[in-house]
Design a protein around this ligand. Structure first.
Ligand SMILES: [Ca+2]
Ligand SMILES: [Ca+2]
Ligand SMILES: [Ca+2]
Length: 236
């Protein structure tokens, strides 16, 4: 091999090494800019659901079944179980995984054969089923016609309850209050304390109709909660 040929061969090896190094650095750099985004997701905890006056339970079955409750303190919160044993209406609540992702995202409330001042109470827990810490931010009420109404949980005035027009006739049919633990931070996999709704049927509710509606809760990434609140109650 003459000198020129040998130099050419060494140069080629050098170039190949440089290409190899460059390719390795390129791989490393692309690995460094990979971003895995987290998910914000919550679900109702299966088995945590408790509610008053459950349909199908016999009268006298503690507070859960039978005798109706009367909203004796309306418009303030509060009720008593009717002492002379009236079992006229009842409450049924179901939970469903509507998007098939493995968590229960939607709760449906059916108030059967109810009447003005019928009262019920629904309690449950929430689990953070996503991968980043969250706070529960909004309540979504879905009427039977699919109409959605959004309520920020700590918006002004909600401590007095909100009026829901479920049949879209312009008159409110029920008043709903919500309880504690809405703004609590939940880490992935963590479960909330008890969250609850109180519901009273109003004078303007339609006669001869079963009242039903669905509830979803919306969570927000924990560090966006303060900037999202307070805001006024408004549709999305
Ligand atoms: Ca009942
Ligand atoms: Ca789901
Ligand atoms: Ca109405």
């Amino acid at each position: 091999m003459n000198k020129n040929l040998r130099n050419l061969a060494l140069g080629a090896v050098g170039i190949m090494l440089l290409v190899g190094v460059a390719a390795m650095w390129s791989d490393t750099l692309s690995a460094n800019v990979t971003v895995n985004t987290g998910t914000v997701d919550i679900g109702f905890v299966a088995g945590s659901l408790i509610y008053l006056d459950a349909c199908g339970l016999p009268p006298g079955y503690g507070q859960s079944g039978g005798y109706d409750w009367n909203a004796s303190n309306y418009p303030s919160l509060g009720a008593y179980q009717i002492a002379d044993g009236k079992d006229v209406g009842c409450t049924n609540v179901t939970m469903e995984d509507t998007d098939g992702d493995g968590d229960l995202d939607t709760m449906t409330v059916n108030l059967n054969n109810v009447y003005p001042w019928y009262y019920t109470h629904i309690a449950f827990k929430i689990e953070n089923t996503g991968t980043v810490p969250v706070k529960i931010w909004r309540i979504v009420i879905i009427s039977p016609d699919g109409n959605r109404t959004y309520y920020e949980i700590n918006a002004e005035g909600v401590e007095n309850g909100v009026l829901l027009d479920l049949d879209n006739d312009g008159n409110p049919d029920v008043r709903m209050w919500w309880g504690d633990n809405f703004g609590v931070q939940l880490h992935p996999g963590n479960t909330s304390g008890d969250i609850s709704f109180d519901i009273t049927v109003l004078q303007e509710a339609p006669q001869g109709a079963n009242l039903s509606f669905s509830i979803m809760l919306q969570a927000i990434q924990w560090n966006e909660y303060d900037s999202a609140l307070p805001t006024t109650t408004s549709p999305e």
